[in-house]
Design a protein around this ligand. Structure first.
Ligand code: CAA
Length: 290
């Protein structure tokens, strides 16, 4: 299949990042969000990031303009009627995703592949909301999408080999390295890293070590770009809690049980960088100030 038009559902942190990367690779992109304000915020974040690259001399003004010209924002999902490939990047909640996929199934052309950027849910539960399960799969990107090289392509028991091949090739055209992951909550990456993240939160909760020492130990001891707690703030504590709950419910393994501290922080609205407070405190531009 020759993919020309790509649709992205959701223009939040992940959706806007995916939109940027897809447009950068020369595809025409339509990005949907439910309201104008959310769409505007997402599109502005793309403009902001592209401008930063121009300022650093890493992107030409012409390329920036061609990327922006390739992106069309909409609040009307029926605009996906001519898309060849759609990536859904809404909140990781099964009911919401099933509703989106059912709508996409009615709107998109018969040949279109529908991918979910779910980070912990079973893709077959989402695919079953459509009448084209062979053309549904997971395409799990990592945050920040323009920087992170990995995409997990998640094949369900119903996904056809052809769909997997087209999606793998598409991921590679976006400049990503693709791994084929099992349709089991957490796939490969998050299933492994959840254990480490939960252990880091528990170490803080049990006052075994302080926040900065936990982060410095992991960052410098494993040569990572940032500390684990800092990373959790960047991903979003509500997103993580939803993911851990799902892993725990599925595997019934105590190593995935979400720590009480995480639940309390989410209840308090301390969702990480996006809300100004998580394990760290941030200014309105997302810079760490405490
Ligand atoms: N969007 C786009 N680009 C960004 C960015 C963003 N939000 N944040 C940083 N960048 C870019 C910068 O523009 C810069 O690009 P150039 O090298 O071209 O100039 C580059 O990344 C480095 O940025 P900085 O110098 O500002 O900062 P840094 O060196 O501290 O890097 C970081 C910041 C890229 C976030 C780095 O700390 C990092 O890679 N952290 C780990 C991220 C990670 O592990 N992500 C996985 C999360 S798990 C997940 O996503 C799965 C899930 O299901 C939730």
């Amino acid at each position: 299949m020759n993919i020309k038009k790509v649709g992205i559902v959701g223009c939040g942190i992940m959706g806007s990042g995916i939109t940027q990367v897809v447009a950068h690779s020369g595809y025409s992109v339509t990005v949907f969000d439910i309201n104008e304000a959310a769409l505007k915020t997402g599109l502005e974040s793309i403009r902001f990031r592209l401008q930063k690259s121009v300022d650093k001399g890493k992107l030409s003004i012409e390329k920036r303009e061609s990327i922006l010209a390739g992106i069309r924002g909409t609040t009307d999902i029926s605009d996906f009627g001519n898309c060849d490939f759609v990536i859904e990047a809404v909140f990781d909640n099964l009911e919401i995703k099933r509703k989106v996929f059912s709508e996409l199934d009615n709107i998109c052309p018969k040949h279109a592949i529908l991918a979910s950027n779910a980070s912990s849910l079973s893709i077959i539960d989402i695919a079953a909301a459509t009448k084209r399960m062979d053309k549904v799969l997971g395409m799990h990107f990592f945050n920040p999408v323009p920087v992170m090289k990995l995409v997990e392509v998640v094949k369900t028991i119903a996904t056809s080999e052809e769909t997997v091949e087209i999606s793998k090739e598409f991921g590679e055209k976006l400049g990503k390295t693709v791994v084929i992951a099992p349709d089991m909550p957490g796939y490969i990456h998050n299933r492994l890293t959840a254990v480490l993240s939960i252990a880091a939160i528990k170490m803080l909760e049990d006052k075994i070590a302080g926040r900065d020492d936990i982060d410095t130990a992991l960052k410098l001891g494993s040569n990572l770009p940032m500390g684990r707690l800092e990373l959790l703030d960047m991903v979003g504590l509500d997103t993580l809690l939803e993911g851990y709950e799902n892993l725990y419910q599925t595997y019934k393994d105590p190593k995935y049980a979400p720590p009480l501290l995480l639940k309390q922080m989410v209840a308090a609205g301390w969702l990480g960088r996006k809300s100004g407070r998580g394990f760290y405190i941030y200014d309105k531009n997302g810079n760490k100030i405490g």
